[in-house]
Ligand binder design. Structure first.
Ligand SMILES: Cc1cc2nc3c(=O)[nH]c(=O)nc-3n(C[C@H](O)[C@H](O)[C@H](O)COP(=O)(O)OP(=O)(O)OC[C@H]3O[C@@H](n4cnc5c(N)ncnc54)[C@H](O)[C@@H]3O)c2cc1C
Length: 436
């Protein structure tokens, strides 16, 4: 509760009853809401922002996420939205740039990374969920309190422009991301792994002659840059060594612009657009995880349970996989009103913990590699992939091993339940749908 607001002075606008209250409309929350809604579960999704546009957003959907969407019949329609497919990467070697197809040896219908604005993806998923009358989306709803009765979480209180609201629920799911309020309110403390890197995050405009890569990487001068084609502009993530931001600022904007231009000359003229430091926020890269993802009446998934590093661009996919497992394990019980036990919630964590820990270990290792690449690129010699690694990049079969791990991780889940019990949204008469 806000310290400045006394309970009796609060404007209470209403109390709603639902079966599952999901806090946070990111990939984890939106997907879980859709998957439960398809099973006929009453779901309320609360999102703090008024829309899905967000500055710090990732944009990559790997094969695992696309296969999940395919299982529920949405992949083809999603691919009708503006996107790019990325399968080829170019790395610097001592003999010049080397291009390879990372996913050539992968057995999947989607041997590429789909790069799509996350806001479009979230709009698509929530629009799909709206086809079910048992789904309710509340935008601009900032959750600030948990409702608890004798140690059991019974829902949340949220604030909207018109005052306080209450949602009472059989199950509350925290999907409110890396700074999770729900996690904090529940008294959970994440275990953090120290990270050797931070990221400068900024955008520059597009120009006719720009590279055609939807995802491009450049290394040099102590910087590791990733360019994401967002069609109207380039989103740039520029890795620096942890704690290096003060030094970057002290050296001045002009120096930064020159370094960026030296590393990525194709975009050199565009760095002149960076005229103020507020255009270049720094993201503190973090990897963390909760020891316990649940309490009676409460489950945490996605970044709320395990903060992912941007490395590998997999966080969205793990959030979606968590949602699939939560829906597989809990959907039927929620749909039929069977009481949930804590062991049901623990089962979600049990199935997701190993895959999450494995990818986080990989990310921690990758971050070290990036940090050492960044360090080496400060020196005289240009950064290059070691000679021994080039034959590996040429070998489809060998390449399929890391490609598979990146695309699917361990124990990649499938949508198990609900196929028989699905509510057919198309069969629901519009008149019976709840107003929004
Ligand atoms: C700069 C950056 C770049 C990244 N790039 C990629 C990438 O390219 N590919 C990739 O796969 N991953 C990427 N990631 C990681 C990825 O974004 C996350 O792992 C993923 O978004 C986690 O999904 P989530 O649904 O758990 O949480 P989030 O996406 O963080 O969603 C949480 C939602 O909860 C809402 N919320 C927060 N507090 C409240 C509250 N109190 N009440 C109601 N709602 C609330 C937020 O507004 C937000 O919409 C990146 C991360 C960062 C920071």
């Amino acid at each position: 509760m806000s310290p400045s607001v006394q309970p009796r002075e609060r404007i209470e606008r209403g109390v709603e009853e639902t079966t599952c209250c999901i806090v946070g409309g990111g990939p984890a929350g939106a997907m879980l809401a859709l998957l439960l809604a398809r099973q006929g579960v009453e779901v309320t999704l609360l999102e703090a922002h008024k829309d899905f546009e967000r500055y710090f957003r990732g944009d990559t959907l790997h094969a695992s996420a696309m296969e999940i969407l395919d299982e529920i019949g949405l992949a083809d329609r999603l691919l009708e939205l503006q996107h790019a497919k990325v399968s080829h990467f170019t790395v610097p070697t001592r003999d010049g740039p080397f291009a390879f197809d990372l996913f050539a040896g992968l057995k999947t219908k989607f041997p590429y990374i789909v790069v799509m604005a996350q806001s479009r993806f979230l709009e698509f998923i929530t629009e799909e969920a709206k086809r079910y009358p048992n789904f309710r989306l509340v935008m601009g709803a900032r959750v600030e309190e948990l409702l608890e009765e004798r140690g059991v979480v019974r829902g949340v209180r949220y604030r909207k422009r018109d005052g306080w609201h209450e949602v009472r629920a059989t199950l509350t799911v925290g999907t409110d991301g890396r700074f999770s309020k729900v996690r904090k309110l529940a008294g959970f403390e994440p275990i953090k792994t120290s990270s050797p890197i931070d990221v400068l995050w900024f955008r520059v405009s597009r120009s006719e002659g720009d590279p055609r890569e939807a995802l491009a990487a450049r290394v040099g001068s102590g910087l590791f840059m990733v360019f994401i084609d967002r069609f109207d502009y380039w989103q740039v993530g520029c890795t620096i060594l942890k704690g290096g931001y003060k030094g970057v600022r002290a050296a001045g904007l002009d120096r930064l612009r020159r370094s960026l231009a030296a590393v990525a000359p194709e975009w050199a003229d565009r760095f002149d657009e960076l005229t103020e430091w507020k255009q270049i926020p720094v993201l503190s890269v973090e990897i963390s995880r909760l020891k316990r993802w649940h309490r009676l009446g409460l489950l945490l998934i996605g970044d709320a349970a395990h903060v992912m590093s941007p490395l590998g661009g997999v966080g969205i996919n793990y959030a979606i996989q968590d949602a699939v497992v939560a829906s597989n394990v809990l959907g039927e019980k929620l749909g039929t009103g069977t009481p949930l036990r804590e062991r049901d919630l623990a089962e979600v964590q049990r199935r997701r913990e190993l895959p999450t820990r494995a990818i986080q270990a990989f990310q921690a290792l990758g971050q070290k590699g990036v940090a050492s690449g960044v360090l080496r690129s400060k020196g005289e010699g240009a950064f290059a992939v070691p000679r021994f690694a080039v034959p590996l990049l040429r070998n489809r079969r060998l390449l399929a091993i890391p490609a598979r791990f990146l695309s699917f991780g361990l124990l990649s889940p499938h949508v198990e339940v609900g196929k028989a019990t699905l509510t057919q949204a198309a069969d629901v008469p519009l008149s019976s749908r709840s107003p929004r």
